[in-house]
Design a protein around this ligand. Sequence first.
Ligand code: HEC
Length: 176
Amino acid sequence: MASFNTVAGCVLASALFAMVLGHVSNALVHPHKLDKPALAVSDEAPTQTAAAAPAQELPPIGPKLASANIEAGKAIFQKQCFTCHTVDKGGLNKVGPNLWNIVGRKKGSHEGFSYSSALVAKGGDWSYDDIDHLIFKPTSYVRGTKMAFVGLPKEQERADVIAYLRTLSDQPKPLP
Ligand code: HEC
């Protein structure tokens, strides 16, 4: 009995303590919510989460394309991409699909190439920015892609390559 009472007393005491604590912390927190700095912090938090969201860390590539160097892009392509991709009209698929007319082409749509389901699931057409994200880091843009390429970290190189890819078409898409 004695030990039951002790336990019950303890439970009661901690319940009371918790209630008091709740009131005290309410009293402490409440005036804080009215402070400007507290509001500023809670305003900023969602923005930061949005910025950290899926692969949005690259600025738009559009502004870089007009002044990009197509010849340099071709050279980079021949060194980095050509082992896996042909670019001529009606060219063969190699390890990767042929890239003729890739700008504006539906993702994962080249005839006779067996794409990863991850790339097909991406959906939509290849915009300049989508290609930029892909070649920046294929595995982070398309989780589960078959494109085993480490990526081009330098923005200028990506702009040059994309400007070159744009020329591989009967009717190159307008620059953004
Ligand atoms: C090691 C081989 C390899 C290299 C190197 C490589 N790719 Fe790829 N690429 C692939 C494969 C495989 C796919 C298909 C990916 C999938 O299905 O997930 C692909 C897909 C693509 C696509 C999408 C094609 C479509 O029809 O949807 C583009 C664009 C592309 N690559 C551009 C490039 C560029 C530009 C480079 C060089 C900077 C490059 N790739 C380097 C293998 C490679």
